[in-house]
Write a new protein. Structure first.
Length: 210
């Protein structure tokens, strides 16, 4: 008969596998925002040379690369976070599901910021973009804190000091997102750059340190 330890390990693996699929789906959708700038629609030539059109699309490439890197880092750290978790329960799965909801919204917010980066409402677009990442950060912290509170779902080999370090480092994302939203009032490009900087922070720290 299956014991609690093996059941917990299996459930954790299933939760991670489902989450991996959502992260992969979100990254794949990013590419759908790209288009051939030489054509207004299939078969309708815009009259703009390909090279010039690609240069004009710089904001789309910048937004895509920023979001791709951010989602990639989130996926890596999501895996690392779950390496500290011993088992799952319904409340964890619900919190994880809310996190994934905002993850799948990133292709939409990326398309918005790419389309409006050089327009007068670039700040609004950047605020929407950064705001989505703020909700991701809040959901992420809610998920981790639920698991870490009273060592509710943590593995036995995770020390209290290690858990506190991770908790502190997870605060960088929501605070940084607030900064990005504030900066969007001045510069949409700078706001998106802050999001990229947050991703860089977690890429270097990792979940064993993030």
């Amino acid at each position: 008969m299956e014991n609690g330890e093996s059941r917990g390990a299996r459930d954790t693996a299933r939760t991670e596998a489902f989450s991996d699929g959502v992260f992969a789906f979100a990254i794949t959708l990013l590419v759908l925002n790209l288009r051939d700038p030489s054509f207004l629609s299939p078969g309708v030539y815009s009259g703009v040379p390909l090279f010039e059109g690609l240069v004009r699309e710089w904001q789309s490439f910048f937004a895509l690369v920023t979001t791709f890197i951010t989602i990639l880092v989130m996926w890596l750290n999501h895996h690392n976070m779950f390496s500290h978790i011993d088992r799952v329960d319904r409340r964890l799965m619900l919190r994880n599901g809310i996190l994934l909801l905002f993850v799948v919204l990133t292709p939409f917010t990326t398309a918005i910021v790419a389309d409006h980066m050089t327009l007068s409402d670039a700040g609004t677009a950047a605020a929407v973009y950064s705001g989505n990442f703020m909700f991701i950060a809040i959901s992420w912290n809610a998920l981790w804190r639920y698991c870490a509170k009273g060592r509710r779902l943590l593995r036995e080999d995770v020390t209290d000091a290690e858990a506190r370090t991770i908790t502190r480092q997870y605060l960088v994302a929501p605070l940084g997102s607030v900064v990005a939203i504030a900066i969007s009032l001045v510069s949409g490009l700078a706001s998106v750059t802050v999001v990229l900087a947050i991703a860089a922070f977690y890429a270097f720290t990792g979940s064993h340190g993030h």
